[in-house]
Design a protein around this ligand. Sequence first.
Ligand code: ADP
Length: 499
Amino acid sequence: MRKKYVMALDQGTTSARCILYDRQGRQASVAQKEFRQIYPREGWVEHDPMDIWSTQIGVAQEAMLKIDAGYEDIDSIGITNQRETTVVWDRETGEPVYNAIVWQCRRTAEFCDSLRAQGVEGLIREKTGLIIDPYFSGTKLRWILENVEGAMEKAQSGQLLFGTIETWLIWRLTGGRVHATDYSNASRTMMFNIHTLRWDDEILDMLGIPACMLPQPQPSSAIFGESDPRIFGGAIPIAGAAGDQQSALFGQVCFAEGEAKNTYGTGGFMLVNTGKEPVMSGNGLLTTVAWGIGDEVSYAIEGSVFMSGATIQWLRDEVGLLESSAQSERMARSVSDTAGAYIVPAFTGLGAPYWDPYARGAIMGLTRGVNKNHIARAALESMAYQTYDLMNAMEEDMGHTIKTFKVDGGACANDFLLEFQADIIDMPLCRPECIETTSLGAAYLAGLATGYWRSRDDIIANWRMDRAFEPAMSAERRETLIKGWHEAVGRTLGWARNV
Ligand code: ADP
């Protein structure tokens, strides 16, 4: 009997989702549940690993029940997850020794400063593709070993296991039999050598982390193990895993070098596939493993925008200029330009390519004629300008232009934004029918490993376009607008240092 579905487990920062996909890449069933966010102190963020596990299995069972699917209908399980979040648990009891420390948590900022002061930034960048930052798992893991009583000794004696979220879920799903990670998730730990595809002993020594607690790195599309039959009534192979952004790149079928996707969510995440070799960035972008399939590894460069859709949220919730995010489109279209106004949403500083934590937000170029519609338009335009800056940085790093550009995320519903984006980058962009690319990518990775989808061509055939957006702006106007944007950004830099 041919199996009907592939199960994607999408373990996000605020909720767990499960989607059952059919062979055409269509959603047959969806279930979602939020879980608790824990903020023990300012700047600290934690999750309860047992909440993560129970909400994830809860939604998986719910998605099956909704369409009366049994384990025998499910070909395989693919996992995608919030990246970098760190869990440590006891190999015998399965009990976490501490809450999961979430990627957003800044508790290791000082330790990261001390690493930088030792002058190891270059070495870490060269080996891992990352900058030294509390974001990544390595320093979070060290924090747990140093701060939980007895943890270091237990870890050294082999009693404790470390994992990012996919590792934790795989270990639980297999009833504690499999302790594994995939290359894309491993590449976000700051402990993984992206050239050799192994944990890096020199970095482990530097962080004081016992190698015996680390999971086995594997390709992203591979059989990791089988689920414990007690969970779904019978065993299902776990055949794919990837971090959320890499999974979205896969779900957008950006399989070839030079193919890029941008996600317009709360923040913005742009990744471009750079092919079989890692490309080191001269612009402060991150180099990461996109995925491994069999013996083949693909790499990506990644850049993020801190305030993307969040700028629209701010206009709605703090300023009260909008009733809904969608209203921004009608307002932007009611005027022909911003009347010279720019918003630079540097609320928490600026990331690549500026890297200025002291930059602060500004609305600039105001004249008496600027009204709320111009402001709404300027907010949407800021999302496009920031993406343009990332794209330029990526092209400079790669030494050639980006070939295709696909979009997803909640704010890609805004046609005005995408029209303006195409104008500013001066190339067409494509919005797929299915913008749930993160979970779709995990399903594809799993189904490719089992033969549910025979090849990447089968998957490419599933990618259906909703709409393409073509550039239509004169070169002169584009250049004038971009010049104005860079002038505006320049005036926000260093603000918090001086004020
Ligand atoms: P998350 O990053 O939390 O997964 P989503 O991908 O769901 O977020 O995107 C939500 C973000 O997109 C919010 O910041 C919201 O303000 C913005 N957004 C949603 N719809 C629109 C729209 N039509 N126009 C502009 N922004 C939008």
